[in-house]
Design a protein around this ligand. Structure first.
Ligand code: GTP
Ligand code: MG
Ligand code: ZN
Length: 299
């Protein structure tokens, strides 16, 4: 017996099986129709309901944006229709500047505003060092929220106001405290968290799947995701990689060639700005690394 089509939002994905939440709040276990419908958490989808628990995913609605993560083996789309990406870094263990730069570039390339959340500010010993590492990003105009997931006050006054009415993706390395932050704003989530050393001993990340949760007392959704160890961006085009570096935009109009790659071209506005100290050399170096990785991925 055929039931009328329904609409829902993907809240978790396990391979090509999805949990989809319907408008009434019920969730359905879903599988796609045909090979084409590969959905991501956050996607709005059409369903054909089968019985009380299952459904077939028949179509994915056009997306506002889609974020990918890739390692050396594969590229996977993992979150769609997000309003902001919070890149979570911690005071301890120390975070990778390379991965932070990539996460920001990935968000900008997808047309999504990134913020940095500096978590574990209760661990004051290494705080000054973390501040120093984040200074270049503050200079770029990236907002940095400083919180301790263990302090309800800091969650309430600093984090929660930024989550209101938005779909927020938490992204970052393992052990930065993404799931602990999630639990602080969505207590019912009861997401598993554990110290870094234990996660490492187990040889994997504590969070193993991307999943969307609703804030309990205000409108807004939070997506928790597994820690990233590598953040390849070679699925992006060269133009998209350039979008990942919005600070180049003001100078590229001075490039002699319209298709300048700001690498070794003569009369390049970006290279001139770099030489004059107007662009952070580490950011330009990251940009070149991404172009290089892309070139390698092609061959
Ligand atoms: N001192 C302190 N510890 C924290 C804070 N936030 C999280 N932690 C601890 O950091 C460890 C890692 O936290 P998780 O929330 O599991 O980290 P995660 O980023 O979700 O890690 P993955 O799921 O592997 O990506 C846990 O032992 C937490 O208790 C904080 O603000 N201060
Ligand atoms: Mg986690
Ligand atoms: Zn140029």
């Amino acid at each position: 017996m055929n039931t009328p089509p329904a609409r829902g939002r993907v809240i978790s994905a396990h391979g090509r099986h999805y949990n989809v939440e319907l408008a009434c709040g019920q969730t359905r276990h879903c599988y796609p129709k045909g090979k084409r419908n590969e959905a991501a958490v956050g996607d709005w989808v059409s369903l054909q309901l089968h019985g009380e628990h299952e459904a077939q995913l028949t179509a994915i609605e056009p997306r506002d944006n889609i974020l990918f993560r890739s390692d050396q083996w594969r590229t996977k789309q993992f979150a769609a229709n997000v309003d902001q990406v919070m890149v979570v870094v911690a005071v301890t263990p120390s975070f990778s500047d390379d991965l932070l730069g990539r996460a920001l570039a990935g968000a900008w390339a997808a047309g999504v505003t990134p913020l940095i959340v500096l978590n574990k500010v209760d661990l004051t010993e290494a705080l000054a060092q973390a501040h120093q590492k984040l200074q270049p990003y503050r200079s770029l105009g990236v907002q940095v929220l400083e919180v301790s997931a263990l302090s309800p006050e800091s969650i309430k006054t600093t984090l929660l106001p930024h989550l209101k009415d938005k779909t927020t993706l938490l992204l970052g390395q393992s052990a930065m405290g993404k799931s602990t932050l999630l639990n602080a704003v969505v207590p019912d989530a009861r997401a598993l968290t554990q110290p870094h050393s234990m996660a490492l001993d187990a040889g994997k990340h504590t969070t193993t799947a991307t999943r969307l949760y609703h804030l309990p007392e205000q409108h807004g959704d939070v997506i928790d995701s597994p820690g990233v160890q590598a953040f390849g961006l070679s699925h992006l085009s060269e133009q998209e990689i350039e979008l990942g570096f919005p600070e180049f935009a003001a100078y590229k109009q001075d490039c002699r060639f319209y298709n300048c790659r700001h690498w070794n071209e003569p009369n390049c506005g970006v290279l001139n700005a770099l030489a004059n100290g107007l662009i952070d050399p580490r950011r330009h170096a990251l940009y070149l690394r991404l172009l290089e990785e892309k070139a390698c991925a092609k061959t």
